[in-house]
Design a protein around this ligand. Structure first.
Ligand SMILES: C[S@@+](CC[C@H](N)C(=O)[O-])C[C@H]1O[C@@H](n2cnc3c(N)ncnc32)[C@H](O)[C@@H]1O
Length: 281
């Protein structure tokens, strides 16, 4: 009870609205009504760290640019980084059975895949694992560079992803015993992604609601479990820009609860092997 009162005091209704606007401009995340508790609880550590008493004061400091670390600290705190190994397994089956064979026929020299909201790295490392297995089974495929570009808006989660070391629940969630032996080196209770899987993956900071044309063109884009946070207009813009940087016939993969319906007519939907993916028309 005492804590609830304290939390209410750090966030007045006017400050909540101003914070909603700040967050939407900074990273696209739409906070609906009634999420005051989420804001107070997620920001309390950061505010204690910088000795800031109220969200109003926090916004004021942001506006006057007195502390450049503040903005990325807020984004780190407000983003939801939930992920696990081989999430939506049907997508990795479709990568192996459809996307890679097709791409190796149409563009055999170079493979580029984007993991567009990579969180702590499980998704891009999983893509690299599937690609490595495919190359071993199909010698001579993708003779040129294989690049998996992994981006996220949160600096903190990107540092974790780059390390590629997973301990506790994150070292087991979604992994079979066989997969942990094949793709990782064990270090006590932790698993470290093997160098041959890591070497194809590069991590960068990128905001999906801003331009990302500089990333180059891709054969497939994994943009999973992130569009749910954005407005309808932002989803449409993001899908439009992704269509522009996909190679002809390239693939887009969204989270299992996300869909392009009503947001884009540039893709055909393919429903196969228990999963749904989208192919650029
Ligand atoms: C729920 S995780 C999804 C991780 C992974 N794609 C998966 O499906 O398991 C969502 C990720 O999106 C990132 N994110 C949120 N807003 C973003 C934005 N505007 N630009 C880039 N990444 C963003 C978060 O930092 C978080 O790591």
């Amino acid at each position: 009870m005492r804590e609830t009162i304290a939390r209410k005091e750090i966030l007045s209704p006017g400050d909540y609205e101003a914070f909603q606007n700040f967050l939407q401009n900074a990273c696209g995340i739409l906070l609906g009504a009634g999420k005051e508790y989420l804001v107070s609880s997620r920001l309390s550590g950061l505010m204690r760290h910088y000795d800031i008493a109220t969200v109003g004061e926090l916004l004021n400091q942001l506006q006057h640019g007195r502390n450049p670390q503040l903005k990325s600290g807020i984004i780190d705190a407000m983003t939801t980084n939930e992920t696990f190994w081989f999430r939506d397994m049907a997508h990795f089956n479709l990568l192996e059975r459809r996307i890679l064979p097709e791409t190796s026929r149409s563009r055999p020299h170079r493979l580029r895949i984007w993991s567009a909201a990579c969180s702590s790295g499980q998704e891009p490392y999983n893509i690299s694992m599937v690609v490595e297995d495919f190359r071993q089974r199909n010698p001579g495929s993708f003779r040129g560079p294989v690049e998996i570009v992994a981006t996220d808006i949160s600096q903190r989660i990107l540092e974790e992803a780059r390390r590629g070391v997973y301990c506790g629940i994150s070292a087991s969630r979604g992994l079979s015993a066989d997969q942990s032996r094949r793709y990782f080196n064990r270090n006590g209770d932790c698993l470290e992604v093997r160098p041959e899987i890591k070497r194809h993956v590069s991590f960068r900071n990128a905001n999906l609601t801003k331009g990302y044309e500089l990333l180059g063109r891709f054969d497939a884009i994994f943009c999973r479990n992130v569009l749910i946070y954005f407005s309808r207009q932002q989803k449409q813009d993001i899908l439009e820009r992704m269509a522009r940087i996909l190679n002809p016939g390239g693939y887009l993969l969204l989270g299992s609860t996300e869909s392009i319906s009503g947001h884009s007519d540039q893709f055909e939907m393919i429903s196969e092997s228990g999963g749904i993916i989208y192919r650029l028309k």
